[in-house]
Write a protein of this length. Structure first.
Lengths: 414, 109
């Protein structure tokens, strides 16, 4: 692989850009791999990448039924933060956030990580107490956050209206090291690095069956033929339930649609990410100038990758109260992704009842920010059989009652 | 927008009038049951990519709970029916099987 650098740009400029290589190979599938990862989204590719980088396991295939990064990796609102209340969540999200800081250098691919800071607004007294508690918890966890008053919120984000008609801004939880990154570039960067280590990324290859022998996985059937494997990682977000059924077990996951939208591009007006959980909306400005907007999930099981219009209306209504100046903005695009929600709204990184099958799912509405941490933990879990990052996220926690209850901690989608 | 006909008041209600209540016809397990059964009852949902049998409440209308059969992939509704039953009635099953001959739901034949 030729490295990307300023020198490479100059070199290619002098020869009419004729020397750029494809970022990753598209090989024909082999008969056997040590590890097969199903799902070439951010989490799947990160899992493969850290298997190779941290454990030297490179006879790996990443199978993708659509195109690389075309699921939730390309559909989220690109926010990165780690201000969680519970220790296991804070640990894995903070690991992810810290890996984002050096990801561009690590992958030799510009993921445009922008640590611009994230404010979560407190708009009720209950929320003020909740976020003060989170700030104290984060101090103990080694996550840098701070509870700030309304004046500081206004200073950080001048376009905000503190005197909202329904909910005035009473303060906020400020994480200065949070921010955004280019979501596609994260998938592309990992794919390029995986391909460079000799891993096979096979797109348009849908898994149609999982082969087992005596309770142990032996391979998969796909639309591009059968492949044998020693270990199988299922990293397919909203379709986890479908794959789990093929493997013969059930996951405590339900699939819902989550929508996002972007406005027409405007001049820079907001250099932080603002989340308003009471009124259900969050917004940041992309490098192109579009306001990137997200809200809550639709209420019912859904695989359509579309959402209901009234949820968009609810989100936009909330944001216009918070940022009155956006009321004349035109919206350019709207889309939906299928998120996999667990009972406690925390992910599952776990061994399964089938030996050799591992599952990484349930990230729900918080998947993008966790990609590197999730991949790091998943790789360690698959290579060593256990990982301190993933220990608490076992799928068996629901039976044991050991929830990681961020849904209570955050009140809404988190 | 998803629209369902409330089987009680007969109103063709749109989504903003309704509240989704998750999977229907769950078999309940109480305090004396095994950990596996209790976990299954509380957390393991069907979550099919296809026909889903579910509970709804006509919350901004007559307030009654009812059942619906709906495809999660196309949002096609196969019908709504009373909350007072423990399995989909025959006409709903026929409507589903006309489109999905192999449709199965948990241990229902």
């Amino acid at each position: 692989m030729k490295r990307y650098s300023a020198f490479a740009i100059a070199r290619e400029a002098l020869r009419f850009h004729s020397g750029w290589e494809r970022a990753w190979r598209s090989p024909a599938p082999k008969k056997r791999y040590d590890v097969i990862i199903v799902g070439a989204g951010g989490h799947g590719l990160a899992s493969a990448y850290y298997l190779g980088k941290n454990f030297g396991i490179t006879n790996v295939a990443v199978l993708e039924k659509g195109w690389l990064g075309g699921g939730n990796t390309g559909r989220n609102t690109t926010i990165i933060r780690s201000n969680y209340l519970q220790d296991p969540s804070a640990a894995i999200y903070e690991k992810a956030r810290s890996l984002y800081e050096t990801m561009s250098q690590d992958l030799n691919y510009n993921v445009m990580f922008s640590p611009r800071g994230v404010i979560m607004l407190a708009q009720t007294h209950h929320e003020v107490r909740g976020y003060q508690r989170t700030a104290y918890a984060n101090a103990l966890q080694g996550v840098e956050t701070q509870f700030i008053g309304p004046d500081k919120v206004k200073e950080l984000c001048p376009i905000i209206s503190l005197e909202g008609p329904r909910y005035p801004v009473l303060g906020g939880l400020w994480q200065p090291r949070g921010g955004t990154a280019r979501h596609d570039a994260v998938a592309w960067g990992y794919a390029r690095a995986c391909s460079d280590m000799g891993m096979d990324i096979i797109q348009q290859c849908e898994v149609t069956g999982i082969r087992k022998d005596g309770g142990k996985v032996t391979g998969v059937d796909t639309t591009k033929g059968a492949m044998d494997c020693g270990q199988l990682g299922l990293v397919v977000a909203g379709h986890s339930g479908v794959l789990a059924e093929m493997a013969g077990f059930r996951l405590p996951v339900e699939s819902l649609a989550l929508q996002a939208l972007v406005s027409e591009p405007v001049k820079p007006c907001m250099d932080v990410v603002v989340m308003a959980n009471t009124v259900h909306g969050y917004m940041s400005q992309s490098d192109k100038g579009e306001m990137v907007i997200g809200g809550g999930t639709d209420g019912f099981n859904n695989y359509t990758q579309r959402g209901s219009f009234h949820h968009i209306e609810e989100t936009v209504r909330a944001l216009i109260e918070t940022f009155p100046m956006i009321s004349r903005l035109k919206m350019l695009r709207q889309w939906g992704g299928i998120v996999d929600m667990t009972g406690d709204r925390s992910p599952i990184l776990s061994k399964t009842p089938v030996e050799g099958v591992f599952v990484n799912c349930g990230w729900g509405t918080g998947g993008f920010k966790s990609i590197p941490g999730s991949g790091w933990g998943m790789a360690e879990l698959m290579a060593k059989g256990h990982s301190p990052l993933t220990e608490e996220f076992s799928m068996y926690r629901f039976r044991e009652g050991k929830f990681i209850d961020e849904s209570v901690a955050a009140g809404v989608a988190h | 927008m998803l629209m369902l006909k409330c089987p009680y008041c007969g109103v063709m209600a749109d989504e903003t009038e309704l509240s989704a209540g998750g999977e229907a016809h769950l078999k309940r397990f109480g305090p004396q049951s095994s950990a596996e059964d209790f976990e299954g009852y509380l957390f393991a949902r069907e979550n099919p990519k296809g026909v889903h049998v579910e509970r709804w409440r006509h919350v901004n209308g007559c307030g009654k709970w009812f059942h619906a059969a709906r495809c999660t992939l196309t949002l096609e509704v196969f019908g709504t029916y009373s909350a007072q039953v423990t399995a989909p009635p025959q006409d709903i099953r026929d409507a589903i099987r006309a489109k999905h001959p192999d449709w199965r739901w948990r241990d229902m034949a």
